[in-house]
Design a protein around this ligand. Structure first.
Ligand code: MG
Length: 377
């Protein structure tokens, strides 16, 4: 058995606002149409996808895994063109779906497909729970019973030959393909819809659709790394991750020379491709002389959040023979957590020696490296 998805994307969608049709506007970083197509492309029971596009949009689709055909003057005409294009190599079943429902779930698609095993047509819907009124001129003119009323969604599924014939026979405008199917005498099963499977219609629906996509595969993950070295000079303490530690030397630098915090800060800048500390706080600028490195770290964390990312975790390794880091690691994690406002359990500070090799081994200075993971959902 073969199943095709027919995605209707030829409309202009003026009610949704914006400079371009709603299917080409972005939510969660990508055009609406890409989210919708991905839902079907990733579904194991869908064999092929036919997309119906407006004639002005034929070159816009970047995805190459779909077949494309041109739409008509109305939604009905567009669906008919899509069915005709599929008929060259007809599938057994077809799911007809509005491109403006990008958050359709695997479960809804499964329920429609399951129902098609025993019905010629099936579609998801939600029972109406709000009271229903008639109104005119801003006044309620009548109440109406809501019993047995549903809000229809897509994908609407059909045995392919049956819906093809129904569309050929249909000569009146229809609200959806279920109406076309019923005119042809097909029995349509109702399966459970999903509130998240909303149709983008009004401008505010873009944000609702983006919310509905949250927690799904849409998470945007970024990684950054940072590395820094500071040399020792005469002194009596070093500052690492903001924690002063008594030592036989201090670290040399323009700021407080907190080598570990610098590595972490650069990892955050790196994850959002925003250069490094030197770009944001030039060493040539006297105002940063002796600065507490917390200023740099909190700036990087603010920039990360301004880009819409959350910090998933940070891992930092300090390379030195002395001082011993272990006894101070918890205080370092707590201090970093406070500066960048995440839970201490998302921060790791650990240390290693370099077996007395190289500059750290000869105790000429301390090196630190850090990794940061960011996510946007
Ligand atoms: Mg540095």
């Amino acid at each position: 058995m073969t199943v095709a998805a027919l995605i209707v994307a030829a409309g202009r969608g003026h009610r949704a606002g914006g400079a371009e049709p709603k299917q080409w506007q972005h939510i969660a970083g990508r055009p609406v149409i890409e989210h919708t197509l991905e839902r079907f492309a990733q579904h194991p029971r869908i064999d092929r996808i036919m997309v119906v596009l407006h004639h002005d949009d034929m070159d816009l689709l970047k995805s190459t895994d779909c077949e494309i055909t041109q739409g008509g003057a109305s939604r009905d005409a567009s669906v008919r063109n899509g069915l005709k294009a599929l008929a060259a190599n007809p599938p057994d079943k077809v799911l007809i779906h509005d491109v403006a429902r990008p958050a359709v779930s695997t479960e809804v698609i499964d329920r429609v497909l399951d129902a098609l095993q025993s019905h010629p047509a099936a579609a998801p819907a939600l029972p109406i729970s709000d009271a229903l009124w008639h109104g005119a001129n801003g006044r309620v003119t009548a109440s109406c019973a809501r019993d047995g009323l549903y809000r229809a969604q897509t994908p609407q599924g059909f045995h392919f030959d049956a819906i093809l014939e129904a569309h050929h026979a249909n000569d009146a405008p229809a609200a959806d393909d279920v109406e076309v199917a019923r005119r042809a005498g097909l029995e349509v099963a109702i399966v459970d819809g999903d509130e998240r499977n909303l149709k983008i219609t009004q401008p505010e629906d873009f944000a609702r659709a983006a919310d509905a996509l949250k927690g799904s595969h849409m998470t945007d993950i970024r990684m950054g790394n940072g590395y820094d070295v500071h040399a020792f000079e005469p002194g009596s303490e070093v500052i690492l991750c903001g924690v002063p530690i008594a030592h036989t030397a201090q670290l040399k630098g323009h700021s407080d020379a907190d080598v570990a915090m610098h590595a972490i800060t650069d990892a955050l800048y790196g994850a959002i491709a925003e250069g490094d500390i030197g770009r944001h706080f030039p060493p040539s600028d006297p105002q940063w002389k002796g600065a507490a490195s917390a200023v740099f770290l909190s700036h990087a964390a603010e920039l990360v959040r301004a880009r819409g990312f959350d910090i998933g975790n940070i891992d930092c390794t300090i390379v030195c023979e002395l001082p011993k880091i272990g006894p101070h690691a918890a205080a370092m994690q707590a201090n970093l957590a406070k500066i960048i406002d995440i839970e201490p359990t998302r921060i790791s500070v650990k240390a290693t020696t370099s077996e007395r090799l190289g500059f750290t081994g000869r105790q000429e200075g301390i090196a630190a490296m850090a990794t940061a993971a960011l996510y946007k959902s």
